[in-house]
Design a protein around this ligand. Structure first.
Ligand code: SAH
Length: 222
C-alpha cells in the first residue's frame, strides 16, 4: 500500500484502499448528483455495462468516474460526461441517430438501447482498429439496428440522412456544416467544440438555436 504524509498534520494518509465502486453505486452517484435524470437514460446505464467496453486491464476500474484509455489516443469518456451528453441530447425511442467517434462502442450501445428496435444508430470512427474494437464489444449485446463506418465523421453520412439526433465524442473547432444540413428540422446536435459542449437545435431549415456549456476535455476531432 502506498503511504503518503499529510502536509498539514504530518499524519500518514492511506491512499488507494477504498474498494472500487460497483455498477449500481456508480449509477446511484450519477442519480444523486442529478447528472442522470431521465428514466430511459438511467435504464440504458443499467442495461449496458461499461465493463464490456473497457480494455481487459481496466476491467476492475470500469465503474470509476473517469475516462480510460482504449488505445490510439482515444478514451472511453468519463461516465459523468456520457450522462451529461445523453441528458442534453434527449434521444427518443424510434429515432435515427448519427454518432461521430465510435471509440469503444459504449455510447453507441447506450444510444441503440434508448432508440430501441424501431430506431437506428449510425456511427463513424476515424481509426479502423477502434471500429473493430467497437464491433467486438457490441457483439456482446442484442441491440437494435447499428451500422458502423470507418471514415471522417466531419462529413457525416449524407446517404442516410436526415438524422433526428447527432452526437460527437470528439472535439473540433467549429460545427461542421454537413451535420447541420443532415439534421432533421426539430432535431438536435450535441457536440464538443474546444472545451465547450454545444447543444444546437434546428428550429427551421436555416435557423438554429445554440447553447454552450463550459469545462470539458474531449479527444480532438481529426
Ligand atoms: N464514444 C466513445 C468515445 C471515443 S473518444 C466511447 O464511448 O468509447 C473519441 C473518438 O473519436 C476516438 O475514438 C477518435 O478516434 C474518434 N475520432 C476523432 N476524430 C474523428 C473523426 N474526424 N471522425 C470520426 N471519428 C473521429
Amino acid at each position: 500500500m502506498a503511504g503518503l504524509v499529510s502536509p498539514k498534520h504530518g499524519i500518514p494518509v492511506r491512499v488507494g484502499t477504498l474498494p472500487p465502486l460497483t455498477k449500481e453505486q456508480l449509477i446511484q452517484k450519477l442519480i444523486s448528483e442529478k447528472t442522470l435524470v431521465t428514466p430511459q437514460i438511467i435504464k440504458a446505464f443499467k442495461n449496458i455495462d461499461r465493463k464490456d467496453f473497457v480494455l481487459t486491464q481496466d476491467k476492475n476500474r470500469a465503474y470509476e468516474d473517469r475516462p480510460l484509455s482504449i488505445g490510439y489516443g482515444a478514451t472511453i469518456s468519463q461516465p459523468t460526461t456520457v450522462a451529461i451528453m445523453l441528458e442534453k441530447l434527449q434521444p427518443q425511442s424510434g429515432e435515427k441517430i448519427l454518432e461521430i467517434g465510435t471509440g469503444s462502442g459504449y455510447m453507441t450501445a447506450l444510444l441503440a438501447e434508448i432508440a430501441g428496435k424501431e430506431g437506428k444508430v449510425f456511427s463513424i470512427e476515424y481509426v479502423s482498429e477502434l471500429k473493430g474494437l467497437a464491433e467486438f464489444n457490441l457483439r456482446k449485446y442484442n441491440l437494435g439496428s447499428i451500422a458502423l463506418f470507418t471514415g471522417d465523421g466531419k462529413v457525416g453520412l449524407k446517404n442516410y440522412s436526415s438524422f433526428d439526433r447527432i452526437i460527437s465524442s470528439a472535439s473540433g473547432r467549429e460545427m461542421p456544416r454537413s451535420w447541420k444540413n443532415q439534421l432533421t428540422v426539430g432535431g438536435r446536435i450535441v457536440a464538443p467544440l474546444g472545451d465547450e459542449l454545444v447543444v444546437l437545435d434546428k428550429v427551421s431549415k436555416r435557423r438554429f438555436k445554440e447553447k454552450r456549456y463550459e469545462g470539458f476535455i474531449f479527444v480532438p476531432l481529426q
